[in-house]
Design a protein around this ligand. Structure first.
Ligand SMILES: C[S@@+](CC[C@H](N)C(=O)[O-])C[C@H]1O[C@@H](n2cnc3c(N)ncnc32)[C@H](O)[C@@H]1O
Length: 228
């Protein structure tokens, strides 16, 4: 999906986004913030911050920067920051997650909530997230990935040509993303309705030597359990 098609989709969504995607996707946002295990003074980048639904969830003692390519979504995020007096939010910037304007090794933690199946090049976004994350830092992703159930997978395949209209790719395969990026995943948990979305916690190491398999995504899977 081209960037202009994505911008157009979120221009349409901005007004209704919170009502449609707010509560239903909120458990995943909360799960990521818990998993972040924020420490005082930590710097956090959230790519594809959208209307900023996650921003009030960050504790007051961290420094959060949010970026997004949609002007209309960002307007909502800025209003939320101002109205809520969210002092943990340092900046909300219009920027392409595929071409981040930050130096290497700039953030302690980098987060993407419901973004990797929206962008035109998911691997490129993951590479950028890794580049701007400090060595020893962590990358967190929550997203829906292609279902394993063959019936649902078929439906997702049928919906795929509508990606431009709906604004995301319903059939992004976790296995493919992990294979291309060699993300060093240390934990995968299921979240939201029917556990249909996955929360990934990853080390920001250069290119991970191994990763968990999507088929092992259970509510409690860890690398140790995977290795047994
Ligand atoms: C499904 S929304 C998720 C918003 C928010 N993270 C949430 O939890 O509700 C996807 C967001 O990704 C943004 N986006 C899509 N492509 C992007 C890109 N290349 N760079 C930055 N943001 C992008 C969209 O504008 C939209 O706000």
């Amino acid at each position: 999906m081209e960037i202009e098609a994505i911008r157009a989709a979120y221009r349409r969504y901005a007004r209704i986004y919170d009502a449609v995607f707010g509560p239903i996707l909120h458990p995943g946002r909360k799960q990521i913030i818990d998993a972040l295990n924020c420490r005082p003074g930590e710097t956090i980048l959230e790519v594809g911050v959208g209307t900023g639904l996650s921003l009030p969830l960050y504790p007051g003692n961290v420094k959060v920067t949010g970026i997004d390519i949609s002007t209309e979504m960002l307007e909502k995020a800025r209003a939320r920051v101002n109205e809520g007096g969210l002092s943990q939010v340092q900046a909300v910037l219009e920027m392409d997650a595929e071409d981040l304007r930050f130096p290497d090794s700039n953030f302690d933690k980098v987060v993407a909530m419901y973004v990797v199946s929206v962008v035109s090049d998911p691997s490129r976004v993951v590479e950028e997230m890794r580049r701007v994350c400090k060595p020893g830092g962590e990358i967190f992703i929550v997203n829906h990935f292609r279902a394993r159930n063959p019936v649902i997978r078929l439906l997702e395949g049928l919906l795929s040509p509508l990606a431009k209209l709906v604004g995301f790719h319903p059939d992004l395969a976790l296995e493919d993303l992990l294979e291309k990026t060699r993300l060093d995943v240390v934990d995968i948990r299921s979240t939201n309705l029917f556990g249909y979305w996955k929360v990934l916690r990853c080390r920001s190491s250069a290119r991970g030597p191994r990763h968990l398999d999507a088929d092992d995504a259970t509510p409690t899977s860890t690398l140790e359990e995977y290795s047994k």
